[in-house]
Design a protein. Structure first.
Length: 366
């Protein structure tokens, strides 16, 4: 095997596929990157739960394949002095030779015969998302998942396709996000996709303008474009009837600047060492909303102008839950909808109606 390619392209490919390599694996063979050279240069990594392939152009002199240590290979390539890299194998010595400029490295091959093959699924059951739309769907839903060892449904995004509408839904004990878009494809499906694969898809969407397709089976989901594929197991769990969590009516509606509200909440958190122990308190008045906090470091209070319609209310929230929601909102203004001091706050955009966020309150001590 022998090829020459652009170093920066090679680094990009390594960075993408290395995300499928777990630092906690008990199988050393899974610490490798599979390099295959046929018509293009293809790199693969796999931890049995997640598999990624990434293709880049290369000048190919001899086809072949080799398995190398991901860490050693990646560390070397990132430090190479020249923009072009030539990589070849010496089968007799069981070595991979890397040259760039006046630098030369020889690293040992790993046993390719022991490497588990990544089996990608058929693309017959698939839909295609525009790049920007899929980025928005992921960004405005994934923040509401839970990354601890909680219920399986909290660890993924529920993709619910009904008619020409697709919903990306995420929730945990303290918040919920529903982001939707229209899609001409009328194929209906419901799948629960792990947070991990969506995080990796989002990163790839940021380095390319290409659209992304999604295919699925009963047990797996795959995202792919012309040079990238990632596959993962689906989460096998029943999902809540998420629409039932949204109150049908509200008794108070508050319209406020998104940026001003976010910054005020961030400032209120400055007096808290542990935001999970001390709530942020929201109080409404005739034409303003008051954000206050009293914690171990002191007391804060800030008043913001707002359009207030309905009965006055005092309610407590965890600052982190609100900040997570507000940071992914693009609208300049939002509306906050309340029922009671123990009911959830519903957050909607004033400019866009393609998302709904729910934030659960915390009980205030009297």
């Amino acid at each position: 095997m022998k090829f020459t390619c652009n170093r920066d392209n090679l680094v990009e490919a390594i960075n993408v596929v290395q995300r499928a390599i777990s630092g906690k694996t008990t199988m050393p063979i899974l610490e490798g990157i599979l390099i295959e050279v046929i018509e293009e240069l293809k790199m693969t990594a796999n931890d049995l739960d997640l598999g990624i392939t990434y293709e880049i152009p290369a000048i190919i002199e001899e086809v072949g394949s080799v398995l190398v240590s991901s860490k050693t290979f990646g560390d070397i390539v990132r430090k190479l002095p020249d923009i072009y890299v030539t990589i070849e194998t010496s089968e007799a010595n069981n070595l991979v030779i890397i040259t760039s400029g006046k630098a030369r490295f020889e690293i040992s091959m790993m046993d390719i015969d022991e490497y588990p093959q990544v089996n990608f699924i058929d693309e017959e059951e698939s839909v295609t998302f525009e790049n920007e739309i899929l980025r928005s769907l992921i960004k405005q839903s994934i923040f509401a998942t839970a990354d601890d060892d909680s219920k399986p449904m909290f660890k993924g995004v529920f993709i619910d396709k009904e008619g020409k509408t697709v919903n990306f839904v995420a929730l945990c004990n303290s918040k919920m996000a529903i982001k939707h878009t229209s899609m001409e494809n009328e194929k209906e499906f419901k799948i629960l996709v792990p947070t991990r694969i969506l995080n990796e898809v989002y990163k790839v969407l940021q380095i390319t303008n290409e659209n992304m397709s999604m295919a699925w089976s009963k047990t797996q989901v795959m995202f792919y474009n012309s040079h990238f594929k990632i596959i993962s197991r689906l989460i096998n769990s029943e999902y809540l009837k998420y629409r039932d969590l949204i109150p049908r009516e509200d008794k108070l509606r508050v319209v406020v600047s998104t940026k001003d509200f976010l910054h005020a909440i961030e400032r209120s958190a400055l007096v808290m060492q542990d935001s999970s122990k001390y709530p942020m308190v929201l109080t409404t008045d005739m034409d303003e909303i008051v954000i206050s906090a009293k914690a171990e470091r002191g007391h804060s209070e800030e008043r913001l102008p707002a359009q207030v319609n309905g009965s006055s209310l005092t309610i407590g929230f965890n600052t982190s839950n609100f900040i997570d929601c507000l940071k992914v909102i693009d609208d300049e203004t939002i509306s906050l909808h309340f029922t009671t001091s123990l009911g959830p706050c519903i957050v909607r955009g004033e400019e866009y109606d393609d998302y709904v966020f729910l934030v659960m309150p915390v009980r205030l001590k009297l």
